[in-house]
Design a protein around this ligand. Structure first.
Ligand code: SF4
Ligand code: SF4
Ligand code: SF4
Length: 272
C-alpha cells in the first residue's frame, strides 16, 4: 500500500490549501476549486503508479479544460499573464492572483514546472501535435520570452495609466484573443520546428517566473549513476532537451523540465 501514499499526500496538500482559503476568504469557491484540482492530480499520480500510459494527458485535460472553460470563459477570470498584472494592479486577491502564486511563482519551489506538464491549457492542445520529441537541436531564441513578458506588462499598465474605462471587459477579450494567438503561434511553431513544445521553449512569457523558481525545486528527476548504462534514451525522448543524467542543478536545460516522466518511463534500467 506504501506506493499509494504519494497521491494521498498530494490530495491532502490541496485539501489543506482548499480549506484554508475557504475559511480565510469565506468563499466556498476555493474549497471546490482546489479540491477539484487536487483530485485530478491525485488521480493522475495514481494512474501513473498503475503504469497507465495516458495518466499525464488525463490530468492535463481535466485541469486544463476546467481552467480554460469554467474559470476563463464562464467565470471571466483572465488566467493569462495579463490577468495576473490586472489583478495585481487593482490589488484584488482574486483567483488569478492566487493561481499565479500557487502554480507559477511559489509552487515551483516545491513541484518545479509541474504546471507545464500537467495543467497548462496551451500545452494541453500542443501535446496533441505529432512532434513529441524534438528532432532538431534547440534554437537560441529564448530571448523572445522577455519581449512577450514585457509586452503583456506594458499593455496592462498602459490601460491603467490611460485611465481606460471597463478594463474588466477588455481583460475578458484579452483572454480570448490572447489564447487564440497562443494556439496559432504555438501550432505554427510546432510544425515549423518539428517540436510540439517550441512555444514553451521560446515564446511563453510565464517561463520568466517559472524558470528561476523551478531551479530550486524540491521535486526533480535524478539519475542513479550505478544503474545508468549511458544509452541516451532519456535524452532522446525528452520533449524539453533536459540533460537528465546530470544530477546537478546547473544541468543543461534543467529549468525546462516539465516532470512529464517520459524519461523515467523509457529508461531501460530504471535509473531515473
Ligand atoms: S511554458 Fe507556458 S505554454 Fe508551455 S506549458 Fe508552461 S505555461 Fe504553458
Ligand atoms: S535512459 Fe536510463 S540508462 Fe539510458 S542514459 Fe538515461 S538514465 Fe541512463
Ligand atoms: S522527459 Fe524527463 S527530463 Fe525531460 S521534461 Fe520530462 S521529466 Fe523532465
Amino acid at each position: 500500500m506504501k506506493k499509494y501514499l504519494p497521491p494521498l499526500f498530494m490530495l491532502m496538500i490541496f485539501e489543506a490549501v482548499a480549506i484554508t482559503l475557504w475559511l480565510t476568504k469565506d468563499n466556498i469557491f476555493y474549497l471546490f476549486n482546489f479540491s477539484y484540482i487536487g483530485l485530478s492530480i491525485s488521480l493522475g499520480v495514481f494512474l501513473f503508479i498503475k503504469k497507465y500510459k495516458h495518466a499525464r494527458r488525463i490530468v492535463q485535460l481535466l485541469v486544463g479544460l476546467y481552467m480554460l472553460i469554467y474559470l476563463g470563459l464562464i467565470r471571466n477570470e483572465n488566467m493569462q499573464i495579463e490577468g495576473f498584472w490586472y489583478y495585481l494592479f487593482t490589488g484584488v486577491f482574486e483567483a488569478a492572483t492566487i493561481h499565479y502564486a500557487v502554480a507559477k511563482i511559489f509552487g515551483p519551489l516545491l513541484f518545479g514546472r509541474g504546471w507545464c506538464g500537467y495543467a497548462c491549457w496551451t500545452a494541453m492542445v500542443l501535446d496533441f501535435l505529432p512532434y513529441k520529441s524534438p528532432s532538431q537541436p534547440r534554437k537560441k531564441l529564448g530571448w523572445i520570452r522577455y519581449i512577450t513578458f514585457t509586452v503583456s506588462l506594458v499593455f496592462v499598465a498602459s490601460l491603467f495609466l490611460a485611465k481606460v474605462g471597463n478594463i474588466e471587459g477588455i481583460m475578458f477579450w484579452a483572454f480570448i484573443v490572447g489564447n487564440l494567438a497562443y494556439y496559432a503561434v504555438g501550432i505554427a511553431l510546432a510544425f515549423a520546428f518539428k517540436d510540439n513544445r517550441a512555444f514553451c521553449k521560446y515564446i511563453c512569457p510565464i517561463t520568466v517566473f517559472l524558470k528561476p523558481m523551478s531551479y530550486f525545486s524540491v521535486l526533480r528527476i535524478e539519475c542513479d549513476k550505478d544503474k545508468c548504462i549511458s544509452c541516451g534514451k532519456c535524452k532522446r525522448v525528452c520533449p524539453m532537451n533536459v540533460d537528465v543524467t546530470d544530477n546537478s542543478r546547473k544541468r543543461k536545460n534543467g529549468t525546462e523540465c516539465i516532470l512529464c516522466m517520459e524519461c523515467v518511463r523509457n529508461c531501460p534500467k530504471d535509473a531515473l
